[in-house]
Design a protein around this ligand. Structure first.
Ligand code: TXA
Ligand code: MG
Length: 340
């Protein structure tokens, strides 16, 4: 069997049998990549420290970066975290869904300390994806799951990305096509005196503020010199291997184009038109300028354009409205990493 074939062997199409098999692997201390509506997660039994340690090894992730723990039902939470009033209210609006809450752990919380990386808090999420729901239910234990990619790389929005990034380090990939949202969950810290948005996502600061009836604090981008509350705030977190140039209005020769809306009039410096580039050098996040479609396509298209033959990926301007804020956030992190 070739290396590529061996890599493929762990990829199994999600169905009732596959879900049971995946849950068994989790109960036995193994690693399963599973779909959520945001991105694919790399799951392990959150109560089993050795299993959680395998996540860090597979991702080559620094231990100080804590993990999100996944549940199928909010009723499971009080056993592990202080599920306070604010969290309950927001959960009733947004769960199951693409948002994670950071909450204080209860005394004697049985979740492995590796998940919280030594912090007194824990990030928790109830995802909406049907396969995620049945998988988590079948597991019967909380499942710790970061995005199923090597640390510092793009999050996977399709099974093939997981296999390409993690290969045999994962025991099984529960494959269920492309992720609908395509960006990691919003992370909201509810452990302090006031809510703080730590990571932008599909659920926006405006949506959260409107449920709470007051404006929440936003701390989405890490400011140099400040203590990092959530390591996901580090600028260099979402990186293709080539550089990313934002707000491009024309192309440099050798650059790939990630378009948004029409690229009909986009030129290449020195001559030529972007629309004549081959498919492997040109993708469009959304020809109709639909921000949700753009979010769902973002990581897959960055993955596809991330090729050594390109000098960079030039991205057309994307409006900073709704989920466009999260899209720009991920792109500016990717752009920042290419510079270092
Ligand atoms: O959409 C998602 O959130 C995906 C799916 C699989 O659920 N997961 C994901 O996990 O993106 P990960 O590990 O790649 O990102 C988790 C983020 C990181 O930025 C981490 O620093 C932050 O959540 N985080 C986790 N626990 C935290 C805590 N106790 N306090 C503050 N930030 C925390
Ligand atoms: Mg990640």
């Amino acid at each position: 069997m070739s290396a590529a074939e061996q890599k493929q062997s762990s990829l199994i199409k999600a169905g009732a049998g596959a879900v049971r098999q995946a849950a068994q692997i989790i109960q036995d201390g193994g690693l399963v990549a599973f779909p959520t509506e945001t991105v694919y997660g790399l799951g392990a039994n959150a109560l089993n420290g050795q299993a959680v340690a395998r996540i860090f090894a597979a991702k080559e992730r620094p231990d100080f970066n804590p993990l999100i723990v996944h549940f199928h039902d909010p009723d499971q939470l009080p056993e592990y975290v202080e599920f306070n009033e604010t969290a309950r209210l927001l959960a009733s609006h947004f769960w199951p869904g693409p948002i994670s809450f950071v909450l204080p752990q209860v005394q004697g919380c049985k979740i492995s300390e590796l998940c919280s990386a030594g912090l007194p808090t824990l990030a928790v999420r109830v995802p909406a994806h049907k396969i995620a729901q049945s998988f988590l239910k079948e597991c019967g234990v909380p499942v710790a799951a970061p995005s199923a990619n090597k640390s510092g790389r793009l999050s996977p929005t399709a099974p093939v990305h997981v296999v390409g990034s993690l290969g045999n380090a994962v025991d099984m990939v529960l494959a269920a096509g492309n992720c609908e949202v395509g960006l990691e969950s919003t992370v909201l810290d509810l452990s302090g005196s006031e809510p703080v948005l730590l990571r932008f996502g599909a659920i926006t600061a405006e949506q959260i503020s409107s449920v709470l009836g007051y404006d929440i604090k936003v701390s989405g981008t890490h400011i140099e010199g400040e203590t990092v509350k959530s390591p996901g705030q580090l600028l260099q977190h979402y990186a293709p291997s080539i550089s990313v140039r934002m707000n491009a209005v024309d192309l440099n020769p050798g650059e790939a184009l990630l378009a948004f809306g029409s690229d009909k009039f986009m030129g290449i410096k020195g001559g030529g038109a972007a629309k004549d580039l081959p498919d492997c050098s040109r993708s469009n996040l959304s020809e109709t300028s639909d921000l949700n479609e753009a979010a769902a396509n973002l990581f897959r298209m960055l993955h596809n354009l991330d090729r050594a033959e390109h000098s960079a990926i030039a991205v057309m301007p994307i409006p900073r409205m709704g989920i466009g804020v999260a899209i720009n956030d991920r792109l500016s992190r990717a752009a920042q990493s290419g510079k270092s």
